[in-house]
Design a binder for this molecule. Structure first.
Ligand code: KIV
Ligand code: ZN
Length: 524
């Protein structure tokens, strides 16, 4: 039977103390309630001696949370431990977490204490904590840079004084996975008493290895892992809770362990933390980033639509995200486009899809991501277009406050190309005049409107025109990220309608003429 790995969340302590992540008491309380829904095993609520605010937050959390162990961090000094205990004593499951640095680097440069003094402080502090609380965690700060023999000595002393959990942090994120795992292997072999305690890992992400190091520790007997939501924490952060929980769940067989986190609450926890702290989650962040379940490449989208297992190793629902997103952009294929239209309620025929896809790829060249409103706007574009229409090949306008607007237009009809230029009252007027010079179709613009279909600087605008040709009014509509190009296309659509209707009229008249001689013969 697989072993359970306890999830020790330190979002409210190691996470909250990092720049840009501070929360007030009410905010911490909200986050604590969410951590309880997430079903972490332990939450470190704060460092009570650090400030009155921290003390109050820990006390309120301890009085609120019921199912999760609430830990308070304390240095290895009686005053800290007493204050910490004061804050958590009302908790259903309290834990005092005592720490002291054990590496020579910290002893010499920070604590200015000898190894013997630190050993003594360890015993005194742990024993004092244990006299107050049944659950005492002891951490050797900077354990991964501590001399292994001395580390074992300190661990043995802490266990002897009553510690129930021994945590060996990679405080500065310096270790690499094999090395960090080996440290746990070594201490377990050298300190048999560890068999009765819970061994814990606590990793920082300075080399981007926090989660890998944590998993290496688990592979070497660690059964408590310390982490934070969204990986917030000192410097480059702590190991990300969501990454660890999901790795354990997804690779359960390989890792041979499980954890009890309710992974479906992961996304909500991530969003809440981000909202409370204002700290955005990077788009490509594993598990909770906006791109974690988004697919844009056509081949990927096609694979996902056939079977999600092709490009997704876990379901978005398993981490509380409603569904994967197929981002429609220039890499997307027809299959994904058809699917999105279907989701929007449009069952497209092959011809409709072909036309929509042509318009879509054209638009996707102009903007990164195409949103639903824009897709809907694309549907009606060029519905009646045919090979005899004039198509816009190129448009160049020069305009400004002190020059007369000039437009050069390049059109194609059948296999032929036409170019001409004109000036006008504005760039659109100049372009319409250039079209008139090419086509001989003279129209009067009676209505013209522009509206944004989407938002943002690369929003798609929809141009609508009504133009009178030969006394008849024709409408034209086009969508584009460029308002002048969109307006010219809308004008061209109206003009093409007029050309088609003129052509149909000519065809009808020719048919009448062709029939006329027979009539005349009969009537003469
Ligand atoms: O990184 C660290 O060493 C810590 C300890 C206080 C547990 O956060
Ligand atoms: Zn830390």
């Amino acid at each position: 039977m697989a072993d359970r790995v306890m999830i020790f969340d330190t979002t409210l302590r190691d996470g909250e103390q990092s720049p840009g992540c501070s929360m007030n008491v009410e905010e911490k309380l909200r986050m604590a309630r969410q951590l309880e829904r997430l079903e972490v095993d332990v939450m470190e609520a704060g460092f009570p001696v650090a400030s009155q605010g921290d003390f109050e937050a820990v006390k309120r959390i301890a009085g609120t949370v019921e199912r999760v162990t609430v830990a308070a961090l304390c240095r290895a000094v009686a005053q800290d431990i007493d204050r910490g205990w004061e804050a958590i004593r009302d908790a259903k499951h309290p834990r005092i977490h005592v720490f002291i640095a054990t590496s020579d680097i910290h002893l010499v440069h920070k604590l200015k204490r000898t190894r013997a003094e630190v050993l003594h402080d360890t015993i005194t502090a742990v024993a004092h904590a244990r006299s107050l609380c049944r659950d005492v965690e002891f951490s050797c700060e900077d354990a991964s840079r501590t001399d292994i023999a001395y580390l074992c000595e300190v661990i043995e002393a802490a266990l002897g004084a009553g510690a129930t959990v021994i945590n060996l942090p990679d405080t500065v994120g310096y270790a690499v996975p094999e090395e960090y795992g080996a440290m746990f292997r070594e201490v377990r072999a050298r300190v048999p008493a560890l068999g009765k305690a819970v061994l814990s890992a606590h990793c920082h992400n300075d080399l981007g290895l926090a989660v890998a190091n944590t998993l290496a520790a688990v592979a070497n007997g660690v059964r408590q892992v310390e982490c934070t939501v969204n990986g917030i924490g000192e410097r480059a952060g702590n190991a990300a809770l969501e990454e660890i929980a999901v790795a354990i769940r997804t690779r359960r067989e390989r890792l041979g362990v499980f954890c009890a986190v309710n992974t479906e609450e992961i996304y909500r926890s991530s969003r809440l933390l981000s909202t409370l702290t204002g700290m955005a989650v990077q788009r490509n962040k594993a598990v909770v980033g906006a791109n974690a379940f988004a697919h844009e490449a056509g081949i990927h989208q096609d694979g996902i639509l056939k079977s999600a297992i092709t490009y997704e190793i876990m379901t978005p629902q398993s981490v509380g995200i409603k569904h994967s997103t197929l981002v429609l952009g220039k890499h997307s294929g027809r299959h994904a486009l058809k699917q999105r239209y279907a989701e929007l309620g449009y069952a497209l025929t092959k011809e409709e899809l072909d036309r929509a896809y042509a318009e879509f790829t054209h638009l996707a060249d102009q903007k990164k991501e195409i949103v639903d409103e824009e897709l809907i706007a694309l549907l009606d574009v060029g519905v009646e277009a045919n090979a005899e229409d004039y198509h816009l090949l190129g448009l160049h306008v020069s305009t400004g406050t002190s020059i007369r607007p000039t437009a050069t237009i390049e059109l194609q009809k059948g296999g032929r190309k036409f170019v001409d230029s004109a000036t006008g009252d504005g760039p659109v007027d100049a372009a319409c005049k250039a079209i008139e010079r090419i086509t001989g179709m003279s129209g009067e613009l009676t209505e013209y409107s522009l509206k944004a279909v989407s938002s943002g600087v690369d929003a798609v605008g929809e141009a609508f025109v009504r133009v009178v040709f030969d006394g008849i009014q024709y409408n034209g509509r086009a969508v584009s990220t460029d308002v002048i190009a969109g307006s010219v296309k809308a004008y061209l659509e109206a003009m093409n309608r007029a050309v088609r209707s003129r052509r149909r009229k000519d065809e009808r008249e020719n048919a009448v003429h062709a029939a006329a001689p027979a009539e005349e013969v009969r009537s003469s």
